[in-house]
Ligand binder design. Sequence first.
Ligand code: NAI
Ligand code: MG
Length: 354
Amino acid sequence: MAGPRYRIAVIPGDGIGQEVTPAALDVLGVVARRAGLTLETVEHPWGCDYYRETGRMMAPDALERLREADAIYLGAIGHPSVPDHVSVWELILPIRQRFEQYVNLRPMRLLPGVSCPLAGRGPADIDMVCVRENSEGEYAGVGGRVHRGTPHEVAEQTGVFTRAGIERVVRYAFRLAQSRPRRMLASATKSNALQHSMVLWDEVVEQLAPEYPDVAVRKYHVDALAARMVTHPQTLDVMVASNLFGDILTDLGAAVSGSLGVAPGANLNPERAHPSMFEPIHGSAPDIAGKGIANPVGAIWAGALMLDHLGHRDLHDRVVGAIEQVLSAAVVRTPDLGGTATTRDMMQAIVAAV
Ligand code: NAI
Ligand code: MG
């Protein structure tokens, strides 16, 4: 009997994206095969090399082609030869926006065996997950520049916050908090200084809170929340944040979890009207690209989140369990974790552990 089949659109992208993506697909392939699932991958060569050849980051019909997939897997995008606002605005943001991937889910956990840059902290202290708004806010792209190059040049970048947009992401965060043992939600705000957008944000959080009486919700100004992630990480569980705030808080979260290389992300369309996209949170790391030493854990963990989204929580747990086993054994580690292993060594150790 044939098991379920999933069509996965794969965009390895640039730099270490091309190194960690095959490692993640190897692990996923082994796990899927054993469970009787078929992951039918279709690879797309889009990214900065494609841009240099064609003047575009993706094929003209890319979004139509991606639409047919059950999920999208992305390595990383970005190369020093292409301005970052081009690579982000012509590839990642159109996918997130067109497919209404309004939740950017980013677990931030200190895994066993990984040394923490915060003194005296262990895995029990750092287990947070950020729900970042992913479709509007500060990254809505509204604004413009006038009087270019002149001394009175002006740039305006307008944040766009809608009640509906805030409500849907905050509801997702409340429900996620309900599913976790501590049932805590921290809302990142800045309503003291941003008296329009963030006051609306706070009002929506306050209005929804009574619908989730089992969740303890607290708001923090984002600067204070950043400090708290360093001084009292054990008091934080689920966080909900706007696009910009969540972007910054999750790099901090990845750093306190030991390395940017271990952190995964999921861009979710919770209604499943469109495909969701899974990626490590790190970028293309031009400083180490081509050396074969990138840590594939974030990419592999992102693949586990994809299996979870496809309905296979058990396989997610198996992959994350294998990652934990390899890291806690502390034998095979990439240089970002203080070892000398290659991307491939790490992948093979994780395959052996699943
Ligand atoms: P980055 O995440 O690529 O690298 C930051 C630092 O972390 C570097 O020192 C890098 O070597 C290290 N690092 C990152 N991932 C690692 C891994 N898996 N293993 C070991 N070390 C790792 O961020 P950066 O340098 O700011 O950006 C480089 C390029 O990536 C830029 O073009 C940027 O726009 C792009 N970028 C793309 C993202 C995406 O595709 N979603 C996200 C962030 C940045
Ligand atoms: Mg970021």
